[in-house]
Design a protein around this ligand. Structure first.
Ligand code: OFO
Length: 165
């Protein structure tokens, strides 16, 4: 059983995860349209991962007999100037998600809600990997600079990303 306060906070986080999915689908479309098929695939896998994150909160709410509230999902931006800008926005967004998960954890700790703490810990651990991946990709893109050849090599590498688990 979870409190109404935690229920509302989880529903807000569920909406953020759905927005994340939406944002990465927009990036996938833009990258593919610009000829970066590898990045297009990378973001499509990320879109699927975020849907999984949203569903994990959804299932938890239902397992607790709490209500699922599906709010409006904000419209994401549609175009980015470069792959670098795209991954810069990705890292910034993930840092925002980490912050919101930390706040959710604070609420769960304050309410001595151990089940929610265990759930949110899973996401916090996942965020370490997500942010590290973005930092790695950004540093590769920084090294590539304006070299189209190197950017295309990185794009090819991004396209090797496997399906979402
Ligand atoms: Fe991109 O991470 Fe969800 O939580």
């Amino acid at each position: 059983m979870i409190t109404k306060k935690i229920e509302k906070a989880i529903n807000d986080q569920l909406n953020r995860e759905l927005y994340s999915a939406y944002l990465y689908l927009a990036m996938s479309a833009d990258a593919t349209a610009k000829g970066y098929k590898g990045a297009g695939k990378w973001f499509r896998v990320q879109f699927q991962e975020e849907q999984g994150h949203a569903l994990k909160f959804y299932d938890y709410l239902q397992s607790q007999g709490a209500g699922v509230v599906l709010n409006e999902i904000k419209k994401p931006k549609g175009t980015w100037k470069s792959l670098f800008e795209m991954f810069e926005s990705t890292l910034k967004h993930e840092q925002f998600i980490t912050k919101s998960l930390n706040e959710l954890m604070d609420l769960a700790v304050a309410g001595k809600d151990y089940a929610t703490q265990a759930l949110v810990q899973w996401y916090i651990t996942e965020q370490i990997e997500e942010e590290a991946n973005d930092v790695d990709i950004l540093s590769m893109l920084k090294m590539a600079g304006s070299s189209t050849g190197t950017q295309l090599m990185i794009d090819k590498q991004l396209g090797k990303r496997g399906a979402a688990s």
